[in-house]
Design a protein around this ligand. Structure first.
Ligand code: ATP
Ligand code: MG
Length: 262
């Protein structure tokens, strides 16, 4: 497990987070290098969303702190993009697909500038990347679940951030689209951005992520995928649910996985 790296993009120091005084994340200590596609794995209730929300400053920590780009969050907020978990979004909010993605560009606009052609072109490009240009005027409430999710990914892309925090962005998204967007996130990471993705599928995690964080109320592991996705650490993370893991551990034993092939 690697908790300290040189020139970290994100440092989490001894972070404990609670709801109503009940801690759900205990003493998480880790740091992440730049330019990595990072997976956050763990069972339901492990604290994955809580971790992301507290990195975003949405939940104050009980103890510990987070530094991003060697600064406190408030100094670097404009460089961070967040895709919340599906359940926490109001999909009835009256906005068209194009509106939602244009909102992603606002952070880079000055206080008195209105979005213009440049922002619209960027929004269109991001919609193209998630295959949603055919729905520009559609209200987001009138899309399928997977389509809504794709629009939210496009909004995050339009923010042109340096750090992306994505909470189950592929929930309900079909495999072909997921693979295409994973490729895109990989290219973004290769160009120096850092992309954190909460993800449930261990098989595609093995294929796509460079770095993996395993959580189950405590930090189980954080490090390069090759070191972290092991039978032992998967057991520690997922406990007794071994049926689910059998296939994955077989794959690990056979080394039958190949980056960028799903
Ligand atoms: N607003 C809240 N108030 C009280 N408890 C909460 C709240 N949000 C989450 N919890 C609890 O905190 C724990 C961690 O929840 P969290 O949403 O971070 O899990 P998760 O790993 O994202 O799970 P999932 O895979 O289901 O999204 C859970 O036990 C959950 O019930
Ligand atoms: Mg969650």
């Amino acid at each position: 497990m690697i908790t300290q790296v040189e020139n970290p993009v994100l440092e989490i120091h001894d972070l404990t987070v609670s709801y109503d005084q009940n801690p759900v994340l205990w003493n998480v200590d880790l740091s992440l290098p730049s330019g990595k596609l990072v997976g956050i794995l763990g069972p339901n209730g492990a604290g994955k969303s809580t971790l992301i929300k507290s990195i975003m400053g949405l939940i104050p920590p009980t103890s510990g702190y987070v530094r991003i780009f060697d600064k406190p969050l408030n100094d670097v907020r404009a460089r961070i993009s967040y895709v919340p978990q599906r359940e926490s979004v109001d999909w009835n909010f009256p906005a068209s697909v194009l509106d939602v993605v244009m909102m992603g560009t606002y952070g880079k606009l000055g206080l008195f500038r209105r979005p213009g052609k440049k922002e619209k072109d960027l929004a269109m490009q991001c919609l193209e990347q998630v295959g949603m240009t055919g729905f520009l005027k559609r209200q987001i409430s009138e899309l399928s679940g997977g389509q809504q999710q794709r629009v939210f990914i496009a909004r995050a892309l339009a923010q042109q951030a340096d750090l992306y925090l994505m909470d189950e962005p592929f929930a309900g998204v079909d495999m072909a689209t997921e693979t295409a967007i994973f490729q895109l996130l990989k290219e973004m990471a290769d160009s120096g951005k850092t992309v954190l993705v909460v993800h449930h599928d261990i098989h595609s995690a093995m294929n796509f992520f460079d770095w993996v964080i395993m959580l189950n109320l405590h930090l189980v592991a954080s490090g390069p995928k090759e070191l972290v996705i092991t039978e032992d650490l998967l057991r520690k993370t997922y406990g007794g649910k071994l049926n689910l893991l059998t296939k994955v551990t077989d794959l690990i034993r056979n080394k039958d996985f190949n980056p960028l092939k799903s």
